[in-house]
Design a binder for this molecule. Sequence first.
Ligand SMILES: Cc1ncc(COP(=O)(O)O)c(C=O)c1O
Length: 409
Amino acid sequence: MSVGLDDVRARDAADPLRAYRDRFVVPEGLIYLDGNSLGVLPRATIARQRAVVTEEWGTSLIRSWNDHGWIDAPQRVGAKIARLIGARPHEVIVADSVSVNLFKLIVSAATLSPERPVLLSESGNFHTDLHIASGAAELVPGMRLEVVQRAQLNERIGSDTNLLLLTHVHFKAGYRFDMAEVTARAHAAGARTLWDLSHSVGAVPLHLNRDGAELAVGCGYKYLNGGPGAPAFLYVAEHLQDRLVSPLRGWMGHAAPFAFTDDYVPAPGITRFLAGTPSILALSGLESGVDAFDGVEMDALWAKSIALFDLFAARVAERCPELICISPAEPEHRGSHISFRHPHAFEICQALIADGVIGDFRAPDVIRFGLTPLYLGHEDVWQAVERMRTILESGRWREERFAVRGKVT
Ligand SMILES: Cc1ncc(COP(=O)(O)O)c(C=O)c1O
C-alpha cells in the first residue's frame, strides 16, 4: 500500500529519536542524505571549537596539554568510540586517517606472523584499503596482496593467509559481512581479520569483542559527525596490543616521549599506535561529534535506519522504477545507506543537489543516499523521493550544467 505524507508525519511524531535532530545544524529546507560522506555539524561543536581556540589555545596555550587534557584526548575520545563498537575503552585510540591507520595495523600484523605471506582482500573494496595494503605488502619481506571476488574469499582463506582485510559495510552497495562468521572462519585457518568500519560506526550495531575481532579502523567524519577530515580511530584487541609494534615509530607512541631518548620503546597498550602530535582542533570536533551519541542506544538507531531504508526502497520502487536498487533487502546484510543504479546517475545526483537533496554519486553509475537516524526523519526520505520523481519525469537532469564534474564527485 502506498505511503502518504500523513503516514510519514505520523511516523516522525512517534519517533523516539526525533529529539536528537536538535543536537545538529540541519540547514532549513535541505534534505541531507550524505551523512555517510560528511556528517552534519553538531550544535555543541560550535561552542566547543570556540572554547578550544579562544580559551585553551588562545589563553592557556601550551599549558593546555596538561591543564585541558589535550595529551589524553586520543585515548579519551577512543574510549567514547569504544562504546559504539562493542570494545573496551582501552582498545580504541584516535589518530591520523583511516589510510594511515590501515598501514600501521597491516604492517604490524604482517610482521608478527611472517610465515604467513598473504594479505587477502576483496576486489571492489574501498580503493584506499587496497592501495595501502599493496604498499604495505611491498615493504614486508615475502608478503603479497591477493585480491579475490567476495564469493571466492571463503575458499581462498588458508594456511598461508596472514590477514583478511575487509570493509564491514561496502561503501557502494552497502553489503555487510557477518563479522562473527568471517572472523571465526579466519581464526579456524589461523589468520587474523582487519575490519574497516568506516561505513558502520555510528550507524550499525557493532560488537567487536563479542565477535572476536582483533583489528579495526574507522572514519571520524562520516556517521560520527567529527567534521571534514576528522581524525580516524583504530582498534586493537587487548591480547594483541603488546605484541604489535607500529611501523610508524613516532614519539607520541613512545613509552616516555618526554625522556627524549634515542632508542624507541613502544608505549604499553593502544598508545603505541600514535605517531605524531595529535591535531587538537580536529580531535575536539570529533569528540563533540561522538558526544552527540550520548544517551543513544545503537539498537534504537539501527531500528530507525531499517525503517528509513524500507521506506526509501518502497517509495523508489513505486515512484522512480527506472532506478535499480543495488543494496541488500535484508537488514542483516546491509549498512545504513541505500544505493541505486542508473546510466545517468551523475546528472540525476547533480539535479537533486540543485533541488536541495544531497546524496552522493559513485562512479560509474551509482547514486548513494546515507540514512542517518539521529537527524533524518521519515518525511525527509519521502520528500527526497518526490523530488527525484519530478526530476526524472521532467527530464530536467538533462540540462548541460548537471553534466559538469568538479574535482570531488
Ligand atoms: C571504507 C572507507 N575506508 C577508508 C576511507 C578513507 O579514509 P581516510 O580518508 O580517513 O583515509 C573511506 C572514505 O570514504 C571509506 O569509505
